[in-house]
Design a protein around this ligand. Structure first.
Ligand code: MG
Length: 386
């Protein structure tokens, strides 16, 4: 062999799935112990169960619609604001970082992250509140419950079963907010992977809503120094830059440090809790009652202050409210029009109305709409009356 020639040694390729469990902590969810799928399927030669779940989610219609759904700013307001889709990707990225560092099941975390907001209707939380009111006497509406309904029933892609037939653990990971969710939506199985996604969601939305709020001009940098998290992150960013940061580089540098600060805090605090509780096994995890994936007390206090600040100064700002209230009006008008004439929604909805009742079928249809489609439909149906 000539000197300097590069020799590549490739590992033997096996037809068995590359089980990641060797690298997992003993309290992580392992594919080996998965409860499987509702409709049994044969294993894939080299994709693990949660990888397949992730792929099914990415290829679903509901996932693609996230690109035209509101996070905070209504979709057509600007190309650089977050949408539900980019929020979902940022959540997934943060959750995977934490999962890998904590030796949890990264594939499961990715699948749950990518599906965590799939049940949101158009126009963000304001849209959800409108649907909740409209469905009050028909069984209600809640986006986590709707995510499960989409994944278990509404996505029709396989002839052999309804929905995507995801693994039990992926569906379980989406059962969030137990206080708000009755019976079947409560998450009875404790999985650190699901808790990582919940917290990554919070880190993602607070940091990017702050970023988008500044971009929009609704929030000003001068208002933020009162917030400890901003102040500390700014100090750290300036220290790294070797002096004060100004102009276009200040905001991204501080947001970067803010995310990193929150993620590092969750990592070290969670690891400390796991050690303190001497957690060794997945069954041991089921007996622990305190939250393990968490911020330290000080950071949680500062993060709550940031959330409160965003609610008061961004989410309830007249500009944001005006847009989302307009969205609520579109939703209410469309819902009531379709309720009177469900045939306007097409044969798929009519068929479901026969199974689940017209209000539920119409609710599914409206909740599935993107902001863009809801506005277009509203104009189409009511253009002459306004
Ligand atoms: Mg979210």
């Amino acid at each position: 062999m000539a000197r300097g020639e590069l020799v590549l040694t490739l590992p033997a390729i096996s037809s068995k799935p590359l089980l990641s469990s060797a690298a997992l902590a003993p309290y992580a969810v392992s594919e080996k112990h998965s409860r499987g799928r509702k409709y049994p399927e044969s294993e894939h030669p080299f994709r693990l169960a949660f990888q397949r779940d992730r792929d099914r989610i990415i290829h679903s219609r509901a996932f693609r619609r996230l690109q035209y759904k509101t996070q905070v700013f209504v979709n057509h307001e600007g190309d650089h604001y977050r949408t539900r889709l980019t929020h979902t990707l940022e959540t997934s990225q943060i959750a995977r970082t934490l999962a890998r560092a904590l030796k949890l099941n990264e594939d499961l975390v990715e699948a749950v992250s990518l599906a965590h907001d799939i049940g949101h209707g158009p126009f963000g939380h304001a849209g959800e509140w409108a649907l909740r009111d409209l469905m009050k006497s028909h069984g209600g509406f809640e986006h986590n419950a709707q995510a499960l309904r989409i994944l278990e029933k509404l996505e029709a892609r396989y002839p052999d079963f309804p929905g995507l037939n995801l693994s039990f653990e992926t569906l379980e990971g989406l059962k969030k907010h137990p206080a708000q969710l009755p019976g079947p939506y409560h998450r009875p199985l404790r999985m650190l992977e699901a808790e990582v996604v919940d917290l990554a969601d919070e880190i993602a939305y607070t940091s990017h809503d702050l970023d988008d709020g500044l971009r929009s001009g609704i929030l000003g940098v001068e208002d933020l120094d009162a917030l400890p998290l901003w102040r500390q992150s700014r100090g750290e960013a300036e220290e790294r830059a070797g002096g004060s940061l100004a102009g276009e580089f200040l905001q991204p540098a501080v947001i970067r440090r803010l995310i990193d600060r929150l993620v590092r805090d969750v990592f070290s605090c969670t690891l400390a809790k796991i050690r303190m509780k001497k957690l060794r096994t997945f069954s041991g995890l089921q007996k622990i009652r305190i939250p393990l994936v968490r911020f330290s007390d000080g950071v949680r206090r500062d993060h709550t202050e940031l959330k409160r600040f965003l609610r008061k100064n961004l989410y309830e700002h007249p500009h944001v409210r005006r847009r989302t209230e307009e969205g609520q009006r579109f939703i209410r008008t469309l819902f009531n029009a379709y309720l009177k004439r469900p045939e306007r929604c097409g044969p798929e909805v009519l068929k479901r109305a026969g199974e689940d009742g017209t209000p539920r079928a119409v609710c599914d249809y409206v909740a599935g709409m993107t902001d863009r489609y809801a506005i277009q439909e509203y104009k189409h149906l009511f253009a002459n009356k306004e």
